[in-house]
Design a protein around this ligand. Structure first.
Ligand SMILES: *Cc1c(COP(=O)(O)O)cnc(C)c1O
Length: 233
């Protein structure tokens, strides 16, 4: 078995154990394999091992992989910062966007989504770590943004996403995830029907699952360490 196949199996096992520990069915947790900075061949390998959903953060890089892998029935999720001049390729090639955090981008994704495709599934990215993070809507501005996105054609609002400040302390990890879950519960109490909490990565997926994650976004635990040189769009 290849390294990626082994690593995928190990991550699936972690998800199953974390779910069992809190009495949740593992089937309620989707594994998103974050393939950013890794080549198309690595994605193909993960596909062979049964993985179908892949996360990308950089539009240019993603579009190259989407093109090379278009013989495979993959679901692409965009999870990176969204520049307004890059919304069209995202709207045309992705099934999901996790990192929507402002109305102007929502307008452009809605307008750019081809009408022959299913609605673009979206999560609103929330800044649950305060000043230390530049991305994500502030919790106090979340309800208004959610109401607005709900009105847009060709977008389907599914839930919330967060990238908390990294910490090794499992208690602190859980606090950020609790905050995101409570924000989702508040929206649902207001009448939304959101079913998705996109939270948890390689180092904190157990804490996220304990607090209700329905999608965990896992990169390095599947594909290995990323090189530090960040690819820019
Ligand atoms: C890179 C990335 C991940 C995966 O992080 P790992 O620590 O490698 O699992 C998850 N979510 C987002 C938004 C990312 O940019």
């Amino acid at each position: 078995m290849t390294t990626i196949t082994n690593a995928l199996q190990a991550v699936r096992q972690r998800i199953a154990l974390a779910a069992a520990a809190v009495g949740r069915p593992a089937a309620g947790i989707q594994l998103l394999a974050v393939s950013k900075t890794f080549p198309a061949a690595a994605v193909r390998q993960a596909y062979t091992a049964g993985q179908r959903a892949f996360g990308e953060s950089y539009v240019q890089e993603a579009m190259e992989k989407v093109a090379v892998l278009n013989d495979l029935p993959l679901k692409w999720h965009f999870i990176g910062p969204i520049q307004s001049n890059k919304t069209r390729p995202i709207a045309e090639s992705f099934a999901w966007v996790h990192s929507l955090d402002r109305a102007r981008i929502a307008d452009r994704l809605s307008a750019g989504r081809p009408s022959n495709l299913p609605d673009l599934q979206v999560c609103l990215q929330v800044n649950v770590s305060g000043e230390s993070s530049k991305s994500g809507v502030a919790p106090e501005d979340l309800p208004a943004l959610a109401r607005y996105v709900q009105t847009l054609p060709r977008l389907k609002l599914r839930g919330l996403m967060a990238i908390p400040e990294p910490t090794d302390d499992p208690v602190k990890q859980r606090l950020a995830f609790v905050r995101l879950r409570q924000l989702l519960e508040q929206l649902n109490a207001e009448g939304f029907q959101l079913d998705t909490l996109s939270m948890g990565m390689s180092d904190d997926l157990e804490a996220a699952i304990a607090e209700g994650a329905t999608i965990v976004r896992v990169g390095s635990a599947i594909f290995g360490e990323r090189h530090k040189t960040l690819k820019k769009d």
